[in-house]
Design a protein around this ligand. Structure first.
Ligand code: PEP
Ligand code: MN
Length: 341
């Protein structure tokens, strides 16, 4: 169960409630996020939640049977909207396009991409400075200096940026430069990283694990939320299956199902989702039709020369076509939803 406390609830109120809950066989954790104060209580027995609601300092009580609690839609019907400032929002009616190279490679590449995105109306640029690579001999990213350069150039043109964080020790260094921290598929269950991102006052895009279930993804999001940070975007980026014809299998099912299970926005990543440049567009558009609140897509002026993930990266003309089609699909989706057929 989730207990929402009023802003004037006292320590004394909460300890009385704790005593009552513990006597009835329930655990009780106080969760203080950047904007709210909650109690999360878990127990096997049935309890009359009206009794909990009668305690001083309690504003609302919700029964949530899922293993994850605060990220569940069972208690919060209103979808979460991620506000990045300057009118850039992602979630429920605010479709977010995030585009850019897999890796930040040079100042020239960043300037060129920033201009391209700005002119195409894209407000969020992606680009990894710390890269998790399968081989230790592959390009590992430009590091903090690359991130600073990326951030300065993108921010000059008013673009927001998303970049991957690999470990807790990088958070403070990256903090002034990123607008969204990306947690990659390989770190989906890096609980010390997730906990550390709980105390960060910046949104986090959390990718699904390489063979992760939706329940694991939602519990990983719960780590971030319950450690204080409510601003989370979930990302479907494909999972590993027996199929060898493409890099990953973009799980379209996950999109509507995650949206039904959670109030958090869902982003689709068709680039890693299929891993093949020529099919990024159709599967990305399918993800939008399935209800995604945004897309994250890899783009490069010359994908053949990209230092990572070139095989799944769109060039500018493909990117431009993708953006146009994505916007049209978003429009079509909302028209169909409004017709109510
Ligand atoms: C990336 O976005 O470039 C990346 C490494 O993604 P993932 O964690 O989904 O593999
Ligand atoms: Mn990549």
């Amino acid at each position: 169960m989730i207990i929402k406390f009023s802003s004037d609830s006292t320590e004394e109120n909460r300890s009385q409630l704790r005593k009552f809950l513990e006597e009835n066989g329930f655990s009780f954790n106080v969760v203080r996020t950047q904007s709210n104060l909650y109690g999360v209580s878990i127990g096997k027995r049935q309890i009359d939640i009206r009794k909990v609601g009668d305690f001083a300092g309690v504003k609302d009580v919700f029964r949530v049977s899922d293993t994850y609690k605060l990220v569940s839609r069972k208690w919060r019907k209103d979808p979460t909207i991620i506000d990045l400032g300057d009118g850039v929002r992602v979630g429920e009616g605010n479709f977010g396009i995030m585009m850019g190279p897999c890796s930040i490679e040079s100042e020239e590449q960043v300037r060129d991409m920033v201009n391209f995105l700005f002119e195409s109306g894209v407000r969020i640029m992606r680009g990894g400075a710390f890269k998790p690579r399968s081989s230790p001999y592959s390009f590992q990213g430009m590091g903090l200096e690359g991130l600073k350069m990326f951030s300065n150039i993108a921010h000059e043109r008013g673009l927001k940026i998303i970049s991957e964080v690999l470990e807790p020790s990088q958070i403070d260094d990256m903090m002034p430069f990123v607008d969204i921290f990306q947690v990659g598929a390989r770190n989906n269950q890096n609980f010390s990283l997730l906990k550390a991102l709980g105390s960060v006052d910046k949104p986090v895009l959390l990718k699904r694990g390489i063979s992760g279930t939706l329940e694991e993804l939602l519990n990983s999001a719960e780590y971030i939320y319950s450690n204080g940070n409510e601003r989370i975007l979930l990302c479907e980026r494909g999972i590993r299956t027996f199929e060898g014809a493409y890099r990953n299998v973009l799980d379209i099912n996950a999109i509507p199902v995650l949206k039904a299970k959670s109030h958090l926005p869902v982003i689709v990543d068709p680039s890693h989702g299929i891993g093949l440049r020529e099919f990024v567009e159709p599967v990305g558009l399918a993800g939008i039709m399935a209800g995604a609140d945004g897309v994250i897509v890899e783009s490069h002026a010359r994908p053949e020369e990209a230092l990572s993930d070139g095989q799944q990266t769109l060039n500018y003309s493909e990117s431009k076509r993708f953006i146009e089609k994505a916007n049209r699909v978003v429009q079509l989706r909302s028209e169909l939803n409004n017709v109510g057929i």
